[in-house]
Design a protein around this ligand. Structure first.
Ligand SMILES: *[C@@H]1O[C@H](CO)[C@@H](O)[C@H](O)[C@H]1NC(C)=O
Ligand SMILES: *[C@@H]1O[C@H](CO)[C@@H](O)[C@H](O)[C@H]1NC(C)=O
Ligand SMILES: *[C@@H]1O[C@H](CO)[C@@H](O)[C@H](O)[C@H]1NC(C)=O
Ligand SMILES: *[C@@H]1O[C@H](CO)[C@@H](O)[C@H](O)[C@H]1NC(C)=O
Ligand SMILES: *[C@@H]1O[C@H](CO)[C@@H](O)[C@H](O)[C@H]1NC(C)=O
Ligand SMILES: *[C@@H]1O[C@H](CO)[C@@H](O)[C@H](O)[C@H]1NC(C)=O
Ligand SMILES: *[C@@H]1O[C@H](CO)[C@@H](O)[C@H](O)[C@H]1NC(C)=O
Length: 462
């Protein structure tokens, strides 16, 4: 995720042929809703997946009946692409409700999907609809390596007559952060960076940001440094995976004929505004994701400043494969024109939406009896990272001249946060009271339009 950026660069340095999309965002910083957006090219208010529970549509029957049948692999499959998926899919995938592991989403020819949320060992896969149970032998079961191995097999056995698409989704660097045995001693001196908003008090921010202990106790610091280090360790196996895949593509003479996208479903914070570890916030550290691409027509070693969203991945992939985008129901837009102007014309969108529905528990966390119900992710030290009322929507203007973020909360304070990222890249100062009311009104109007947009109206907001 965002903070691993220099490690990720190491991964693609193999060939030195990549473009860095430096302003890539998720439209919602949580696994299941974000992954649903990647698959459909839609904002959460259109695909209906709001949180990581079945009741919030994560891999629910409603999801399987409708949005999933229009996800991008379906279109690739119609164009005779050979499609392959391996790794974590949606957090509730394969669970007993619904069809369980026998459900293979349409469009995928080769399916090796993790049941449930992130694991490295002791997990179950659905392999083309059949249950496959794994233990904890490094050689047989380590999930990142297994994903790599199976993708190489797929490439080996594919039919050269038809194009192919692979989606590799290692849980790494998600918790439980179990590194491969040979990497468990790496980065022993690495600590989370103490820069930007690290351990700064969240004053003038929504109530959830006003509750952490500031400065953070050493127990929180130790916890987050350990998490940071272990996350890097798990990424070394992802690094190996990328290397194996690139070498394989080279050996089958497909490397120069293949697009490779490297990204994540959300960002992550370790200590920013004294929040120990998590995502789910509207700030840069949680909504920005790494995105690097290489492939035909893309000039290497460029950095693209234009904003690109996770809902743009599906239309970009479909655009590359030759799908007529006027026939698909997406809110995003292809960014092939930005990466490869010799192949496509296209304009950048100046405004976009980030929307998030807070998760909570109806009862008090027994580990934190002083806190009331409605909260979640209250660890370490009973600092909560989410709540039902951490529900917000933001509009961002990012057009080369202006970089402004305007957010409204659905809480009892109807809290509003405004950041001028040109002068304040770390979002230290909420400038609501200093901003021209005409600008605030325009942002509010744009936000209302975007929250109910669909298709073209998500791209053409004035
Ligand atoms: C779940 O999806 C269905 C169908 O798309 C939608 O009607 C419903 O409102 C969604 N549920 C939530 C909690 O958003
Ligand atoms: C896997 O499960 C076995 C049996 O329950 C347990 O002994 C082992 O510690 C688990 N391994 C990991 C890495 O969690
Ligand atoms: C992956 O393949 C390598 C090379 O054949 C092998 O050494 C390793 O044990 C495999 N790992 C898994 C998890 O399949
Ligand atoms: C872009 O648009 C111009 C002007 O309409 C046209 O001449 C050119 O061929 C287009 N390029 C591509 C790659 O579509
Ligand atoms: C997920 O969303 C559903 C529907 O709004 C809600 O009932 C449920 O409590 C949410 N789950 C969590 C953990 O917040
Ligand atoms: C948000 O919800 C929590 C838990 O229910 C409550 O303690 C807090 O006062 C609420 N804050 C706002 C601003 O709504
Ligand atoms: C944001 O900050 C920049 C640089 O200080 C300034 O030029 C610009 O006017 C500010 N924008 C707003 C909307 O206040």
């Amino acid at each position: 995720t965002h903070r691993c950026l220099h490690l990720c660069l190491h991964m693609l340095k193999l060939k030195e042929l990549h473009i860095l999309l430096s302003a890539a965002f998720t439209v919602t910083p949580l696994c299941c809703p974000s992954r649903s957006s990647i698959l459909t090219g839609q904002y959460p208010h259109n695909h209906g997946v709001r949180n990581n529970s079945v009741s919030g549509n994560c891999s629910s029957i409603q999801w399987q009946k409708d949005p999933e049948t229009e996800a991008f692999p379906v279109y690739l499959s119609k164009l005779k692409y050979q499609t392959f998926y391996a790794g974590k899919y949606l957090n509730q995938y394969g669970k007993k409700d619904g069809e369980g592991v026998s459900h293979v989403p349409p469009g995928w020819d080769h399916w090796h999907a993790l049941v449930g949320n992130s694991q490295y060992y002791n997990y179950t896969l659905s392999v083309d609809g059949k249950e496959e149970v794994h233990g904890d032998s490094y050689e047989k079961d380590y999930l990142t390596d297994l994903i790599a191995n199976r993708s190489l097999n797929f490439l080996e056995n594919r039919s050269p007559q038809h194009p192919f698409f692979l989606m590799l989704s290692p849980p790494a660097p998600h918790s439980p952060w179990t590194a491969a045995p040979q990497y468990q001693k790496e980065f022993s001196n690495v600590k989370a960076p103490r820069d930007g908003s690290f351990d700064k008090p969240g004053k003038d921010k929504h109530w959830l940001l006003r509750q952490p202990v500031n400065p953070m106790p050493s127990s929180s610091l130790d916890y987050l440094d350990n998490a940071y280090r272990k996350r890097w360790q798990t990424l070394l196996s992802v690094d190996d995976m990328v290397e194996m895949l690139v070498k394989k593509l080279e050996s089958i003479k497909e490397l120069d004929n293949t697009y490779i996208f490297y990204t994540s479903d959300n960002g992550y914070h370790t200590g920013q505004f004294s929040l120990p570890i998590d995502k789910r916030q509207l700030y840069e550290f949680d909504i920005r994701v790494p995105l690097m691409v290489r492939g035909p027509g893309i000039k290497p070693k460029q950095t693209l400043q234009a904003p690109v969203l996770n809902i743009d991945l599906a239309p970009t992939i479909m655009d590359i494969s030759g799908v007529d985008l006027s026939t698909v129901n997406v809110d995003g837009q292809s960014f092939l024109s930005q990466m490869a102007p010799s192949l496509r014309n296209g304009t950048v969108r100046p405004f976009f939406l980030v929307e998030y529905t807070g998760e909570g528990h109806p009862t008090t966390d027994p580990a934190c009896p002083k806190l009331g119900p409605g909260l979640s992710q209250c660890f370490p030290d009973c600092v909560c990272e989410d709540a039902f009322n951490n529900t917000y929507a933001c509009v961002r203007t990012l057009d080369g001249k202006t970089d402004l973020q305007y957010c409204e909360f659905a809480d009892t304070e109807s809290f509003v946060e405004v950041y001028n990222l040109t002068s304040d890249p770390h979002q230290l100062e909420n400038v609501l009271k200093k901003t021209d009311p005409a600008i605030l009104q325009a942002m509010n109007q744009r936000l209302i339009k975007l929250q109910s947009c669909e298709g073209d109206s998500c791209r053409d907001v004035k």
